[in-house]
Design a protein around this ligand. Structure first.
Ligand code: UFG
Length: 328
């Protein structure tokens, strides 16, 4: 049996996974990408990085990955992650997220791969009673997406206990921004996220921007979110991997900046960065949207030594660079 050297980046052709692959390379790791390319992009995988096209719902595909590329740890980014879509089509989410993770965990056990960094979400907290939200807050998701992520955390906790697997769950808040190279960034079809949707409306006037809800109980009536740069997020994954490599216990961390911005403040920042006015139409609030999500990331700072270094302005500037570079 050859030495296990690969870090399997499941969903490595997607927005966050593709940034992670580059960061792993920059730090001397050997990533292998596993992706079904349903929402990921083959061109986001750097040349020279092994790529396995496969589906998590087919265990034989996962077996093929681990047979060809002896793997010591998995980073799992492959999930459906759009809150309103999960409200409309919950079974897609239970299938894509929960069933898929059961297959992945089973094949990991079969191949004696015992480290996983799992992309969880602030959506596990639902409508939190207090913000900033600590990791110990009650888990009470309010949409199918959040439920699936909470279920996966539970499944992996139980599997960890039974099979000596160790995990780090990273609960993301709102990820934005793009790689400094300008070669990769956020590209979903359809796009539902705030920052790319505002920027797309500046690029083409036919891409109208809708602001969902301006009568929430916040300072300007729009929802508050905690935005984190994709590069800071990936830096936290690297520290999580080191945490597991150093034989530390399984753990869970929030990843956010600790600062909340309203949708209108994000619009203002876009206007400042791009020098263009943002036109928008106000629509009713979306189903399942919590009013305010802001992280306490103190634990990630204390335990992992993680410190986000990018501001909202940096996120928007890099996302704007990407938006202008890409052809779509
Ligand atoms: N919004 C708009 N117009 C748009 C898009 C978004 O007004 O075109 C508003 C939303 O209503 C919300 C805020 O901008 O108030 C942020 O919405 P996003 O769709 O960008 O992000 P979400 O907060 O819905 O969800 C994101 C991820 C989830 C994750 C969550 C954690 O998609 O996976 O952040 O905070 F769980």
């Amino acid at each position: 049996m050859p030495a296990k050297k690969y870090i399997a980046v499941v969903g490595g052709a997607g927005y966050i996974g593709s940034h992670m692959v580059r960061m792993l390379l920059d730090h001397g790791y050997s990533p292998v990408v596993f992706d079904n390319l349903r929402t990921g992009h083959r061109r986001f995988v750097p040349g020279g990085v092994p790529f396995v096209k496969g589906n998590l719902d087919r265990p034989t595909d996962i077996q093929r990955l681990f047979e060809r590329y002896p793997t010591r740890a998995v980073m799992h980014f492959a999930a459906a992650s759009i809150v309103p879509e999960s409200v409309r089509n919950p079974l897609l989410y239970y299938h894509n997220n929960v069933s898929a993770c059961i297959h992945l965990a089973q094949v990991m056990i079969d191949f004696k791969i015992r480290e996983i960094v799992f992309s969880s979400t602030a959506a596990v907290y639902g409508h939190p009673k207090k913000v900033p939200i600590p990791e110990t807050a009650r888990l009470a998701p309010v949409n199918a997406y959040g439920h699936t992520k909470r279920m996966i955390e539970q499944i992996l906790e139980d599997v960890a206990f039974a099979h000596h697997l160790r995990y780090v769950f990273l609960r993301y808040f709102n990820v934005a921004g793009a790689h400094p190279s300008g070669k990769i960034g956020e590209e979903h079809r359809p796009e539902t996220h705030l920052v790319p949707n505002i920027l797309k409306s500046l690029k083409r006037s036919k891409n109208r921007f809708f602001l969902f809800g301006d009568d929430y109980p916040t300072r300007d009536g729009t929802c508050i979110r905690d935005y984190i740069h994709v590069q800071d997020l990936c830096a936290a994954h690297l520290l999580a991997l080191r945490h597991l490599d150093n034989k530390k216990d399984s753990d869970v961390f929030n990843l956010g900046s600790g600062k909340g911005y309203t949708v209108r403040q994000v619009i203002d920042m876009v206007e400042q960065v791009t020098g263009q006015p943002v036109q928008y139409t106000v629509k009713p609030g979306r189903e399942g949207d919590p009013v305010k999500l802001v992280a306490s990331s103190r634990k990630a700072r204390d335990v992992l030594g993680w410190m986000p270094t990018h501001s909202l302005k940096d996120m928007i500037a890099s996302a704007w660079q990407w938006e202008q570079n890409r052809s779509a």
